[in-house]
Design a protein around this ligand. Sequence first.
Ligand code: SF4
Ligand code: SF4
Length: 471
Amino acid sequence: MVSIIEYVKSLDYYNLNKKLYYFERENKLFIYHIKTKKILLIEKNLEEKGYLVSTFIKDNNSIKLYKTSNLSIKDIKELLNNLDNYKANASINLENYMYHNKAYFFLTNACNLKCRYCYQESKPVKMNFSMSKKLIDMMIKNKRKTETDFQIRFFGGEPLLNYKLMKQIINYCSNDRFNENTTFNYYLSTNGLLLDSDKLSFMNDSNTKIKISVDGNREIFNYYRKSAKYKDVYCVLIKKLKEVFKCYPNELLTAGITNNYYNINFCENLKHAYEVGFRNFYVQFVCNNDFYEKRVPDILVEKYDEIINEYEKMLNFINIKMNLGQEIYVNLLDSFIKFLFAPLNSLCGCSAGIASCAYDDVGNVYFCQRFIGDEKYVIGNVEKGLNRQKIKTIRNYNVMDRCVNCPILNYCNGGCYFNNYKNSKILDNYLQYDCNIKIKLFEKLIYYTFKIAQKDIGFINNIYNKREFVE
Ligand code: SF4
Ligand code: SF4
């Protein structure tokens, strides 16, 4: 009798057009059906009695772990066939996409720190209120008819160096001048050093979500975050955080854990931020020009095992905290769970230029906040409006050739345009050496999502229904 793993391996279509991705762990077989994003967990040790198969189902807004036992290979085959026959509604009307409900306001590129991985390099500029008003009006004027929710993301440099403008923008949007159904949500990314009780109180009243950069322990933090004013920036921030935690709602606060390829201890860094008092975490890799110039893919190859191990440790840490009933939300797991239950999307690439954009101080509209300053990626202007034709020419809406057979295409969508561009001067040229890491991470996310769900599906539902992160 063939085993389930032999059977899955023997599926003709697996090799022909990659409909399945599978891996084994702890005597269990995990099958990810690429087209439908369905995952089956097959417990192999029950072979004689038939297989126990678990899968997630979404019933209204509630996620359940559905289990069936005593399944034969034939039953599983039928299950997979049913998934294959699922017809996704894949037609896209590009015109429906080019409306920005998420805009990064580049308040200033000045900063009170000089971080080692910072990619801001030009001379300081500041946006003013008159320009901001025009940009907000343009955003609302260009909105899709049914759109009512807008995200305003304050970005820099250090945006709090232009706090006055941030306040003016929030007051402008909170006024009755827009339709009563229009809602604005505010997000601030800051190094936290300029926060004080007045600012926190204003931001609390406007429900502003704040992400504060916390890169790790004192040694790591002070190595990466340099200041002309303070020798020990870490200590200044920790003092500040005591005040922040006292008077700011925890659910509106996120720790931004920025790692780079020279500092990959993201689990330790996250644990540290947890001990400091954060419960929401946004873990990301940032590559500075130094990284791109040296083009050090070798670092990734060399550190592949270490990076994968860090992901494992981090997901395990989350799992332990959840098992103890403690609150913890991490963007990687959260966005994965949201991805699994989101409608199928056949559009390739991230939201750059189509659902999100960035505005600079002179009224230019950019493809994304990371392209600010690069004229090639200006997709409009406050006077002339959006240049939709240009958006269509600069970004690829189709699956890139090299991603067509990737099992995690739906999840990754071809990677970050900016990283691709910085590395190769071509938007669609993904960083090959990153892909293996992403696929391995994807496996771990599947594994831990089941592990968490088996203990308490409530955790998965909490994450699924949870607020959004500050990017
Ligand atoms: S992991 Fe690599 S190959 Fe796969 S979709 Fe992302 S960029 Fe493309
Ligand atoms: S994924 Fe990259 S290119 Fe896309 S919006 Fe984010 S930073 Fe910009």
